[in-house]
Design a protein around this ligand. Sequence first.
Ligand code: ZN
Length: 219
Amino acid sequence: MGLVLVALAGLVLLLIVGGVVLAIAKRSGATSPSREGPSPSHEGPAPTQKSPEVIFFLRFEGQDDEAYVRELASRHAHIGGASQAREAALDLVRAAPTATHAYCGPASAAPHGPGVAHSGLPGGLIVGFVARGRRPLDTADGRDLAAVVAELRKVSGWVDGDFAGAELRLAQASVDAPAPALSAVRKETRPGHQLCRYCDHAFLAHDTRCPNCGARAER
Ligand SMILES: [Zn+2]
């Protein structure tokens, strides 16, 4: 009888120890970034929840793009109503296809607003745009530029009743800025682009051959 009790106690102890070991293994697995795959983002997947206030960051590189974005930012320095918010959003839609990095998430993630961006990349220019809606707005994964542009397009279609506020600024970027990190845009998600099925090179949608490997584009 005593032997059975000892055996039972041993079994219970084994189960407890096993459970603790499993729990620890699970935890370390969840925090390990190696499980996320070869994602260029350091923050994991971007949030895609709804928010009454959404902030966009778009980063551009190259003289022409930077000059265009500088001019765009000065033109939209004051947004006082739905029509000005529409124009600002539409100009960002026009500029967006050449963005290198993007973010589209709840504005609460960027307590210092559109003027402060989190990026450690040298050079380039980042524009921030915050849109406050009367109804909750959608957010998008910054790696998917087409999805970010789709959200900007929603703002570019605002009527007076949708508008609760908007602000557009050139953003100061720093690697430890209190703002969400921008994600590298997947090139094939740029509006007007397609991805080569043979070599993974992103190229213009109207090209019939991949400029990298020469494969015929398939429609
Ligand atoms: Zn190719």
